[in-house]
Design a protein. Structure first.
Length: 423
């Protein structure tokens, strides 16, 4: 099979490498710098190691499998399957932004041929594939949907930074616009996904299944975040409560925290938008979003209160923030809620130094206008906040970073009893 993957980010590249072990794959991305680094066997997202990347790229042309990374649309004309894995964020008003999806569909439409199948993996609201993307494909290609070409949807389940649950090891939901197309889509994924596949009855069902996966997590995290606020008022250790409650066989082990990233903090807005379009106002989904979006400011206020209780001089106070990525052990800073904590602290007039050994300072400054460093500061601070649980932070000498009577705040709840405060 000849396959093209459109978008070589956190989702597209691991899929392209997996597919390229058995098929001829073209990996397409409009970012030429990204193509150059991949062809040099370097993945800045750290999702694919250099050895695996080199193996599939150098094998192209030597047999029936391999990966060619390109930004030239002419290189993708020979494919019969096109898999779109571009980002689907929200705008400043938390409205779905399908710009990348439309542009990717135009790119595919220009090379689409009779019999081709276009599969979308990007998270969308139910109906987006057939109502938003297919019309772009038809208009650009001049072909007719379900007559000349077909569509499928197979939601991505990539977990950035997770080296255990890789793309091949996660069961894949598949779907197609006709029974025949659905079978072809399912067989394609089945050829590389060792965990197996689940063929959904329709594209809309597959789209809805994806969007509720992360909405469910968002709501459950919002619940424990609210519990952490309540128990903090009652002077009760939230983690002790969760551990006790967790002895019941069906208790769900969610923990409080900052909910960022490109999935959990975004996907609920896609479902909410579609619900509102059909006249339903989703109360629980949006309530969970509001609560989770408030946690950055809450963390900042708790740190300031602890500093005041300890008598830290606030006029020239300085805080060290450990981590700025949206989750541990990955360099991804998209939609990170650590930024909310930093901004809230700065509103108190506090200077914040941010140290993250995994984030790219240039990317952080471009996205958020914030300075970060990859080198641990050789000085002491009025407070240290463990914002992200990178492995590098687990065995730090925190005493060497703290002034006398200063505050150690553990957002992730992993440092045990030595902290002054935690969610």
């Amino acid at each position: 099979m000849k396959i093209t993957i459109i978008g070589l980010g956190y989702v597209g590249l691991p899929l392209a490498v997996a597919m390229a072990k058995k098929h001829t794959v073209a990996g397409f991305d409009i970012n030429k710098a990204r193509i150059e680094e991949l062809n040099a066997f370097n993945d800045s997202t750290l999702e694919v190691n250099s050895e695996d990347l080199e193996k599939v790229i150098t094998s192209i042309g030597q047999g029936n499998e391999g990966l060619k990374c390109t930004s030239n649309p002419d290189d993708i004309k020979a494919s019969s399957f096109y898999i779109v894995t571009v980002p689907t964020p929200v705008d400043k008003n938390n409205k779905p932004d399908l710009t990348a999806l439309y542009k990717a569909s135009e790119t595919v439409g220009k090379v689409l041929k009779k019999g081709d199948i276009v599969i979308y993996e990007s998270t969308v609201f139910p109906g987006a594939t057939e109502e938003e993307c297919v019309p772009v494909l038809e208009r650009t290609s001049g072909l007719k949907f379900n007559v000349d070409f077909f569509a499928g949807y197979s939601p991505e389940r990539i977990n950035p930074g997770d080296k255990e649950h890789t793309v091949e090891k996660i069961l894949k939901v598949t779907s197609g616009s006709t029974p025949e197309a659905a079978q072809k889509v399912n067989e394609l994924y089945k050829s590389v996904i060792t965990a197996g596949t689940y063929l959904a009855p329709s594209i809309k069902v597959a789209e809805a299944a994806k969007v509720i996966e992360n909405s469910q997590r968002d709501i459950n995290i919002a619940f424990v975040n609210e519990l952490s606020k309540i128990f903090n008022c009652l002077d009760i250790d939230t983690y002790a409560v969760l551990e006790a409650a967790g002895t019941k066989w069906n208790f769900l082990p969610f923990r409080p925290g900052l909910v960022g990233g490109h999935c959990i903090g975004v996907d609920p807005y896609y479902l909410a938008q579609k619900a509102q379009e059909v006249g339903y106002n989703p109360e629980i989904i949006l309530a969970g979003r509001r609560l989770n979006d408030s946690m950055g400011e809450y963390v900042a206020s708790q740190v300031v209160k602890l500093m005041l209780k300890k008598g830290v001089e606030m006029k020239d106070a300085r805080i060290l923030m450990l981590g700025i990525t949206f989750k541990e052990n990955c360099p991804d800073v998209r939609n990170t809620k650590i930024v909310d904590v930093i901004h809230a602290l700065e509103e108190y007039g506090i200077s914040v130094t941010t140290y993250d050994p995994r984030a790219k300072p240039a990317e952080v400054e471009h996205e958020y206008g914030l300075k970060t460093t990859n080198v641990l500061p050789d000085e002491k601070f009025g407070a240290v906040i463990l914002g992200v649980a990178h492995n590098e932070f687990l065995d730090l000498d925190y005493d060497s970073l703290l002034l006398e009577d200063s505050v150690l705040y553990d957002v992730k709840g992993i440092l045990g009893s030595r902290v002054d405060g935690k969610l």
